[in-house]
Design a protein around this ligand. Structure first.
Ligand code: NI
Length: 494
């Protein structure tokens, strides 16, 4: 078994040298079109076939020292765009920013043309490969205008040695590319009258309205995701086994493959340049919830932080611990997967953790299966990273309806909204965040903030001091509300 694993994790080109072993792997992987993989409702196609089941590998963002993210959010018009900022990778960061900006301008234009109501734009990211040689970033876009939803996926590979962005052909040798494309066009998962034209278009010199994303699964197979940017379409994936793919990859492609299957940390960033100061350690043993509080007697208030964990969450945890101030973090599953150690620090600090969906979609636009998956994938990710299972959830944008209530009840989650909105995503100004939080807060309030904005994190120490001066006691949401029924909704304590 040890040999099996060792070999399986060797660069794919080596499979061909592995004699009897390689044959075994080849037999296992031949025809490994994804029909055999479990269906992931988040990525399943409209047609419901299992060819869409494959998922690319996810590498923790913590492997990239100094990583931050650009977030553009507009809670009122349901826009949430996030892209990673990787120190030393200016070209990559700029490319990702440009992709987000172009998605936003296209969306704004189409929304205005449609009458400007009821849209949603959601762009989420994960690192699909990290090593000192290559970094891969996957962006998943979900866009709704005029009740038509489009989902698409893009993967951008960056060669860290040569400091260049890779085109898809750079991942292959020249013969490898033609074998890959001919395999792709004949694969049953890419077949049918709707899919074949999309594949052909994605492979053409000017792909236009169709996109081809190439990533690798944790088991070494290649995941080729084809998306159309036409309204109402869902991406589909074709999975090609590691044994085949290994023979086609260029040295750069093999580096991308290895970065996905066996992610490695990047070296610490040099002082100066575009990097934030090294983080001070948080104290894992220091709990923020020292003793039970009786909110029937105390003037209780719950501070809540959404959309993390992220690059600034450690700082926030340290501020809160220094002030011995409890708080509740509503985490996104995708962020937990990107920052598992930060999630663990939050949990160890004694803070409460709630579920804020996997990728921040408007839950009211999802199918029953997609909705359930957004909640379960997130609770599972939180449990894996922290050992805690959330009992609270907050729907993104506060968007809920009967279907969301039912899904929350089924998942054992109480819905937590808010009565004080600091609009911190809009102002990005520590003084304004503090002023608005103080102005709205009264006994029993639930205060909404976001730990993905450094301005919010900076506002917290003086906000905590001032709230206490005014006689408030800070508690977690569960302490504030007391026992609740899953599926029930709470805007503040009664
Ligand atoms: Ni949110």
């Amino acid at each position: 078994m040890g040999i099996y694993l060792t070999n399986r994790l060797a660069p794919p080109g080596l499979h061909r040298l592995g004699g009897a072993f390689a044959l075994g792997v080849a037999v296992l992987l031949v025809g490994a079109c994804s029909q055999v993989q479990p269906v992931d409702p988040l990525r399943s196609s409209a047609a419901g076939t299992s060819c869409s089941a494959a998922t690319s590998a996810t590498a923790p963002a913590e492997l990239v020292p100094g990583l931050t993210q650009d977030v553009h959010s507009d809670e009122t018009s349901h826009v949430h765009l996030a892209t990673p900022v990787i120190p030393g990778a200016g070209l990559l960061t700029e490319r990702l920013r440009a992709m987000a900006a172009s998605d936003l301008s296209g969306y704004s234009r189409d929304l205005a043309a449609s009458g400007g109501e009821g849209g949603e734009l959601n762009l989420s990211w994960h690192l699909t490969g990290v090593s000192p040689r290559a970094v891969g970033v996957q962006l998943d876009l979900r866009r709704s205008v005029d009740a038509k939803t489009t989902v698409s996926t893009q993967v951008t590979w960056w060669d860290r040695v040569d400091h260049r962005l890779l085109g898809r052909q750079d991942l292959f040798t020249s013969t490898g590319w033609s074998e890959f494309t001919s395999r792709l066009t004949t694969d049953p998962c890419a077949g049918g009258p709707t899919r074949q034209p999309l594949v052909a278009q994605a492979l053409s010199k000017k792909p236009g309205k169709s996109r081809l994303a190439i990533s690798f699964a944790a088991d070494g197979s290649a995941v080729v995701t084809v998306s159309s940017i036409a309204a109402g379409s869902e991406p589909f994936s074709v999975v090609l086994g590691a044994a085949d793919v290994g023979a086609w990859l260029s040295p750069t492609g093999q580096a991308a493959w290895a970065a996905s299957v066996r992610p490695e940390s990047l070296p610490p960033v040099q002082a100066g340049a575009e990097t934030p100061a090294p983080k001070q350690k948080t104290d894992p043993g220091k709990s923020a919830t020292p003793k039970a509080v009786d909110c029937r007697k105390a003037r209780c208030v719950a501070l809540t932080f959404d959309d993390g964990p992220g690059p600034y969450t450690d700082d926030l945890v340290r501020h809160l611990q220094q002030a011995k101030a409890p708080a509740t973090f509503f985490m996104m599953g995708e962020q937990v997967k990107a920052f598992p150690d930060v999630a663990k620090t939050v949990a160890r600090g004694g803070f409460e953790i709630g579920n804020h969906s996997y990728s921040h979609p408007d839950l009211t636009r999802l199918s029953k299966a997609q909705l359930a998956a957004q909640l379960s994938k997130t609770s599972n990710a939180i449990h894996r990273a922290t050992g805690q299972t959330p009992t609270l959830m907050r729907p993104p944008y506060g968007a809920r309806n009967a279907a969301v209530d039912k899904a929350a009840a089924r998942a054992g989650l109480t819905e937590v909204l808010w009565d004080v909105d600091t609009l911190d995503w809009k102002h990005r100004n520590a003084k304004v965040v503090r002023r608005d939080a103080l102005a709205g807060t009264r006994r029993g309030s639930i205060v909404l903030m976001h730990d993905i904005h450094p301005t919010t994190v900076r506002a917290v120490p003086s906000l905590v001091t001032e709230l206490r001066k005014r006689g408030y006691t800070l508690v977690t949401v569960s302490e504030l509300l007391g026992p609740t029924r899953p599926g029930s909704r709470h805007f503040r304590a009664n």
